[in-house]
Design a binder for this molecule. Structure first.
Ligand code: ZN
Length: 159
Protein backbone atom coordinates (compact mmCIF):
# COMPACT_ATOMS: atom_id res chain seq x y z
CA UNK A 1 0.00 0.00 0.00
CA UNK A 2 1.36 3.35 -0.96
CA UNK A 3 0.54 6.60 0.77
CA UNK A 4 -2.35 8.74 -0.44
CA UNK A 5 -1.28 12.00 -2.04
CA UNK A 6 -2.60 15.42 -1.16
CA UNK A 7 -3.99 17.53 -3.97
CA UNK A 8 -5.47 21.02 -3.64
CA UNK A 9 -8.73 21.59 -5.52
CA UNK A 10 -8.36 24.23 -8.27
CA UNK A 11 -11.98 25.30 -7.76
CA UNK A 12 -12.53 25.59 -4.01
CA UNK A 13 -8.92 25.17 -2.70
CA UNK A 14 -9.87 22.26 -0.44
CA UNK A 15 -7.05 19.81 0.29
CA UNK A 16 -8.01 16.32 -0.94
CA UNK A 17 -6.36 12.97 -0.25
CA UNK A 18 -6.20 10.72 -3.29
CA UNK A 19 -5.31 7.04 -2.95
CA UNK A 20 -2.16 6.68 -5.02
CA UNK A 21 -3.45 3.47 -6.61
CA UNK A 22 -6.49 5.21 -8.09
CA UNK A 23 -6.42 7.28 -11.29
CA UNK A 24 -5.99 10.84 -10.05
CA UNK A 25 -7.03 12.29 -13.39
CA UNK A 26 -10.62 11.23 -12.69
CA UNK A 27 -10.66 12.21 -9.03
CA UNK A 28 -13.25 14.73 -7.90
CA UNK A 29 -13.03 17.13 -4.98
CA UNK A 30 -14.67 15.86 -1.79
CA UNK A 31 -15.95 19.33 -1.05
CA UNK A 32 -17.16 20.87 -4.32
CA UNK A 33 -17.41 17.64 -6.39
CA UNK A 34 -15.55 19.13 -9.34
CA UNK A 35 -12.55 17.51 -11.00
CA UNK A 36 -9.23 17.97 -9.24
CA UNK A 37 -7.42 18.05 -12.58
CA UNK A 38 -8.87 19.92 -15.52
CA UNK A 39 -5.84 19.91 -17.82
CA UNK A 40 -5.55 23.66 -17.42
CA UNK A 41 -3.20 25.82 -15.34
CA UNK A 42 -4.75 27.10 -12.11
CA UNK A 43 -4.78 30.87 -11.60
CA UNK A 44 -3.17 31.56 -8.22
CA UNK A 45 -3.68 34.71 -6.15
CA UNK A 46 -2.71 35.94 -2.72
CA UNK A 47 -5.68 33.97 -1.38
CA UNK A 48 -4.71 30.51 -2.59
CA UNK A 49 -1.03 30.69 -3.59
CA UNK A 50 0.57 29.41 -0.37
CA UNK A 51 -1.94 26.63 0.03
CA UNK A 52 -1.31 25.31 -3.48
CA UNK A 53 2.49 25.40 -3.34
CA UNK A 54 2.67 23.99 0.20
CA UNK A 55 -0.06 21.36 0.36
CA UNK A 56 0.37 19.55 -2.95
CA UNK A 57 2.31 16.31 -2.75
CA UNK A 58 3.04 16.66 -6.45
CA UNK A 59 5.35 19.32 -7.91
CA UNK A 60 3.68 22.64 -8.68
CA UNK A 61 5.03 24.51 -11.70
CA UNK A 62 4.12 28.19 -11.56
CA UNK A 63 4.30 30.49 -14.57
CA UNK A 64 4.80 34.13 -13.55
CA UNK A 65 3.36 36.17 -16.39
CA UNK A 66 1.56 39.35 -17.42
CA UNK A 67 -0.95 40.05 -20.19
CA UNK A 68 1.26 42.70 -21.85
CA UNK A 69 4.27 40.37 -22.12
CA UNK A 70 4.75 39.00 -25.64
CA UNK A 71 6.97 36.06 -24.70
CA UNK A 72 4.44 35.16 -21.98
CA UNK A 73 1.68 35.00 -24.56
CA UNK A 74 3.93 32.94 -26.81
CA UNK A 75 4.58 30.51 -23.99
CA UNK A 76 0.97 30.19 -22.88
CA UNK A 77 -0.02 27.46 -25.38
CA UNK A 78 3.16 25.52 -24.56
CA UNK A 79 2.36 25.73 -20.87
CA UNK A 80 -1.26 24.75 -21.47
CA UNK A 81 -0.17 21.75 -23.50
CA UNK A 82 2.28 20.71 -20.80
CA UNK A 83 -0.58 20.83 -18.29
CA UNK A 84 -2.68 18.56 -20.48
CA UNK A 85 0.19 16.11 -20.95
CA UNK A 86 1.66 16.03 -17.48
CA UNK A 87 -1.28 16.27 -15.09
CA UNK A 88 -1.94 14.65 -12.67
CA UNK A 89 1.77 14.02 -12.00
CA UNK A 90 2.46 17.75 -11.90
CA UNK A 91 0.20 20.68 -11.04
CA UNK A 92 0.46 23.69 -13.37
CA UNK A 93 -0.41 27.17 -12.17
CA UNK A 94 -0.09 30.80 -13.19
CA UNK A 95 0.49 34.03 -11.32
CA UNK A 96 -0.32 37.34 -12.99
CA UNK A 97 2.49 39.55 -11.65
CA UNK A 98 0.51 42.74 -12.33
CA UNK A 99 -2.31 41.56 -10.10
CA UNK A 100 -0.10 39.82 -7.52
CA UNK A 101 3.02 41.99 -7.22
CA UNK A 102 3.72 40.88 -3.65
CA UNK A 103 4.07 37.22 -4.67
CA UNK A 104 6.40 38.20 -7.53
CA UNK A 105 8.44 40.39 -5.17
CA UNK A 106 8.66 37.61 -2.57
CA UNK A 107 10.31 35.31 -5.11
CA UNK A 108 12.45 38.06 -6.63
CA UNK A 109 10.92 37.77 -10.08
CA UNK A 110 12.90 40.19 -12.27
CA UNK A 111 11.74 39.22 -15.72
CA UNK A 112 8.81 37.37 -17.14
CA UNK A 113 7.99 34.77 -18.05
CA UNK A 114 9.66 32.99 -15.17
CA UNK A 115 8.81 29.42 -14.19
CA UNK A 116 9.32 28.16 -10.66
CA UNK A 117 8.84 24.56 -9.62
CA UNK A 118 7.75 24.18 -6.02
CA UNK A 119 8.15 21.02 -3.96
CA UNK A 120 6.18 21.22 -0.71
CA UNK A 121 6.55 25.00 -0.63
CA UNK A 122 10.25 25.03 -1.43
CA UNK A 123 11.69 26.38 -4.67
CA UNK A 124 13.04 23.28 -6.39
CA UNK A 125 13.86 24.82 -9.75
CA UNK A 126 13.66 28.17 -11.46
CA UNK A 127 13.79 29.09 -15.13
CA UNK A 128 13.74 32.65 -16.46
CA UNK A 129 12.69 33.32 -20.01
CA UNK A 130 10.66 31.72 -22.71
CA UNK A 131 10.35 27.97 -22.70
CA UNK A 132 10.60 27.05 -26.34
CA UNK A 133 9.70 23.43 -26.16
CA UNK A 134 7.10 21.35 -24.45
CA UNK A 135 7.85 20.14 -20.97
CA UNK A 136 8.02 16.39 -20.58
CA UNK A 137 7.83 14.06 -17.67
CA UNK A 138 10.91 11.91 -17.47
CA UNK A 139 9.54 9.39 -15.02
CA UNK A 140 10.38 8.57 -11.45
CA UNK A 141 9.18 10.02 -8.23
CA UNK A 142 10.09 13.68 -7.74
CA UNK A 143 12.23 13.54 -10.84
CA UNK A 144 10.72 15.64 -13.51
CA UNK A 145 11.50 18.12 -16.20
CA UNK A 146 11.03 21.82 -16.19
CA UNK A 147 12.39 22.53 -19.62
CA UNK A 148 13.04 19.90 -22.18
CA UNK A 149 14.20 19.80 -25.76
CA UNK A 150 13.25 17.14 -28.24
CA UNK A 151 15.93 14.82 -26.95
CA UNK A 152 15.57 13.31 -23.48
CA UNK A 153 19.23 14.19 -22.89
CA UNK A 154 18.25 17.84 -22.85
CA UNK A 155 16.05 17.30 -19.84
CA UNK A 156 16.88 19.36 -16.83
CA UNK A 157 16.16 17.31 -13.80
CA UNK A 158 15.43 18.37 -10.31
CA UNK A 159 17.74 16.46 -7.97
ZN1 ZN B 1 -13.22 21.62 -4.62
Amino acid sequence: MSEPIHVVCPHCNAVNRIPSDRPAAEAVCGKCKQRLFTGEPVALTGQNFNKHIERHDIPVVVDFWAPWCGPCRAMAPIFDRAAKELEPRVRFAKVNVDEEPSIAAHYGIRGIPTLIVFDHGEVAKEHAGLVRTSARFCGGRRVFVLVCGDLPRNCRHVK
